[in-house]
Design a protein around this ligand. Sequence first.
Ligand SMILES: NC(=O)c1ccc[n+]([C@@H]2O[C@H](COP(=O)([O-])OP(=O)(O)OC[C@H]3O[C@@H](n4cnc5c(N)ncnc54)[C@H](O)[C@@H]3O)[C@@H](O)[C@H]2O)c1
Length: 354
Amino acid sequence: MKQFNIALIPGDGIGSEVVAEGVKVLKAIEKADSNIAFSFTEFPWGCEYYLKYGKMMDEDGIDQLKNYDAIYLGAVGYPGVPDHISLRDLLIKIRKEFDQYVNLRPVTLLNPTLTPLKSKAERDIDFLVIRENSEGEYAGAGDWLYKGKPEEVVLQTGVFSRKGTERIIRYAYEEARKLKKTLTSVSKGNALNYSMVFWDEVFEEIGKEYPDVKTYSYLVDAASLYFVAEPERFEIVVTSNLFGDILTDIGAAITGGMGLATGANINPEKEFPSMFEPVHGSAPDIAGEGKANPIAAIWSVSQMLDFFGEEAWGKAILSTIRELLMDTKALTPDMGGKGSTKDVGDIFIELLFA
Ligand SMILES: NC(=O)c1ccc[n+]([C@@H]2O[C@H](COP(=O)([O-])OP(=O)(O)OC[C@H]3O[C@@H](n4cnc5c(N)ncnc54)[C@H](O)[C@@H]3O)[C@@H](O)[C@H]2O)c1
């Protein structure tokens, strides 16, 4: 019997609504598979917690989380708390403290009717973005000088260490080799004359160890164009923190929207827990209305099970999502349906065991 202890951080807005459906799926799997057991511990951290206690999580929050096998997070951020506080003091803090330096964001079209790109089908949009998740443009380095004065200056420094750049690029080469896929690096060496020139050099250097992997290197502006016009160019993409964040929203747009986009924050060495979350935010405009699409959160469960080595369940979830997407009438309003968050979770479980 394999026991997996999961820390739940539902967070804000629709976060708790979608996490509830993901947990429902995990509990159903536990019931069906006598070899797996899950335990869940919920942490009440987020913006409401901040408004009550003046902090996004407990001071020893990282310590409290460190022995779990995984963290399952809904979303953080809500009107009333500045976004840079909610994001940095909870989500980015966990990613950093637990050295979750790999962010895996699949861009996979599961049904041709879901893409706004005419003439593109499932075979054209099926790739994985590997985003650097621990430093780069999101390192939080900088200064705010002469605040409010005419000579005011703001500095936001990108931090690209050799260790940080090499390890993410090496991870991507390894994935490309293992899956026998091409690898595309996305950077911006023509304008960012230190960080991205360095990134390009490291990509080339490490590439010498992987002569079997076919590579491409694009500037981020060209890559944005290709994401929309020729997504079939991509199989595995490796890029920096900021570029990966933005490009994967394009990825979400071409595969059915934010309700379907998932992301795993991985500490590959398993020294610390990894974190699984839908890419979307707390959606204050629909929070509490039962309209949130839980599919991205359920897809995160598939990524979590893959990470646990339970790939058969990971695959089963993904193929059930594919099946679920065949009849959008039963889905949530963002997919053109009339179903509620809970209805979609229930139908999903029915299909998973059908
Ligand atoms: N990972 C995270 O926790 C994360 C990510 C992005 C934004 N945020 C935070 O969330 C808050 C709202 O941000 P935003 O409005 O820019 O982005 P958002 O992703 O919350 O919402 C953008 C749009 O997509 C819709 N949407 C998002 N998820 C959906 C779902 N599952 N089902 C149906 N519709 C969905 C929303 O209704 C909204 O119209 C902010 O405080 C922001 O900082 C958090």
